[in-house]
Design a protein around this ligand. Structure first.
Ligand code: NDP
Length: 403
């Protein structure tokens, strides 16, 4: 019987997910794209019709309201909900999925609008409810988190008996021509990047510890294949929280992201004048949240598509032991921004997030990834996901590195 797919969120990532689901409509069946602003869904639906020849349905939803999402799931009779709205909506959408017994997938972990802190605690706490409802909840099926977790599971399965260290390396060498813009939702992006850094390692007693750094305190230059050497800064990133639980023998994990000097200079300046503030301030009798106002001023990430040139390169370097010998490997994926735009009218950051979301949902609908409860990507068999990446626009490479 033909499936029914509900996508929530019509931003940069939602656009890619909707395109790629339509391009795989033998699996996704009837597709509905819903968001706060109906006109954004209609615009994407029109582009899909023109480019792919498939008609998708659209709907308006306020995903902050569980009852609203329940109604939409019931109306569409969805077999899966792909949540690519904002991290603030994760819990309400998960609750709607539990109430209607509908499988759930997202790409970013829950964040409360008033605290610039993201963690899995509240989503993991829904594990029992998902089990009781007999449904799967797949967390973090974007690129990082997402494909990077799968790369770690793939390395663990095929290349190591034990992995000791992992560095996740995220490079966006795209140029959009603006002095300052973010490649995904500005508010979420700036909250993440301006926060303190953190990495995890085991101490001499074998106890795992989170070590905090000042924002941008640790930098290394990494030579990214097909891109070249780039300054890469240590950040906290959510996939580390689940990987430390699930990767056997791990002793250290870090996350690095590249930033150009112009981006860092603008961000510091905005921070210094208070524009990254997340608490309400009073302005001429009106209450405004500075970072929300800034978000309104900055270019919409979805508008960067036609003007972004260059490549992304995201991967992991894992070091450990195989058959008693030390080993180090690098698994990475390179994507060209202009190629993404030509295919789905989106830049590379939305593309590299949206394609893994579609792949995760496809494996769930096909029953290849299954199991009641809440899952992180590295807990599932990496092989079918890696195969899909190769055929859905995200081919990857593996390099044996010298130790
Ligand atoms: P955008 O801001 O471009 O899009 C978010 C969309 O969600 C918008 O269309 C917006 O509504 C919609 N939305 C927001 N609030 C609500 C609500 N209450 N009800 C219904 N719809 C709502 O963000 P992106 O597309 O760039 O990012 C989407 C998600 O992907 C985010 O969670 C982000 O953190 C995640 N992400 C994950 C990555 C990964 O690799 N794992 C990388 C990049 C992003 P509207 O416009 O209709 O008003």
């Amino acid at each position: 019987m033909s499936k029914k797919t509900l996508i929530i969120g019509a931003g940069g990532v939602g656009n890619v997910v909707a395109f790629k689901c339509a391009m795989n409509n033998d699996t996704f069946g009837t597709i509905t794209l819903a968001s706060r602003t109906l006109s954004k869904c209609d615009e994407i639906a029109k582009n899909i019709k023109n480019k792919v020849g498939i008609t998708i349905q659209t709907a308006q939803v306020d995903a902050d309201d569980t009852a609203n999402v329940i109604r939409l799931i019931e109306q569409t009779q969805a077999d899966i909900v792909i949540n690519v709205a904002l991290p603030y909506q994760d819990l309400t959408i998960m609750d709607a999925c539990i109430a209607t017994k509908t499988p759930y997938l997202d790409t970013a972990n829950y964040e409360h609008p008033d605290t610039a802190k993201f963690e899995y605690k509240e989503q993991w706490a829904k594990d029992n409810a998902f089990k009781e409802a007999g449904i799967m909840g797949l967390l973090g099926s974007g690129f990082d988190p997402g494909a990077t977790n799968v790369f770690c599971a793939y390395a663990a399965k095929h290349y190591f008996d034990e992995i000791h260290t992992i560095d996740i390396l995220d490079c966006n060498a795209g140029d959009h021509g603006y002095p300052f813009a973010t490649n995904f939702n500005p508010e979420i992006n700036l909250r993440e990047v301006s926060a303190k850094g953190r990495y995890w390692q085991k101490d001499e007693n074998g106890e795992g510890q989170w070590i905090e750094t000042e924002p941008m305190e640790i930098m290394q230059v990494w030579d990214y294949p097909e891109v070249g050497p780039k300054d890469s800064y240590l950040l906290y990133h959510e996939e580390m929280e689940s990987l430390v639980k699930h990767i056997k023998g791990l002793k250290r994990i870090r996350f690095f992201m590249t930033f150009g000097q112009s981006y860092l200079m603008h961000m510091k300046c905005l921070e210094n004048v208070g524009m990254l503030g997340i608490k309400e301030v009073e302005h001429k009798g009106m209450k405004i949240v500075p970072i929300e106002f800034l978000s309104t001023l900055l270019p919409d990430p979805a508008s960067l598509g036609p003007r972004t040139k260059g490549k992304t390169n995201i991967g992991i370097v894992a070091e450990g032991i195989k058959d008693g010998k030390k080993r180090k490997i690098y698994i990475y994926q390179v994507k060209d921004h202009e190629e993404c735009y030509a295919e789905v009218m989106s830049q590379g950051v939305s593309y590299t997030t949206g394609v893994p979301a579609m792949i995760g949902a496809k494996l769930m609908l096909q029953g290849i990834w299954s199991g009641a409860g809440v899952w992180n990507m590295e807990q599932l068999d990496p092989d079918p996901f890696m195969e899909e990446m190769n055929t859905q626009g995200l081919p990857w490479n593996i390099k044996e590195m010298e130790i």
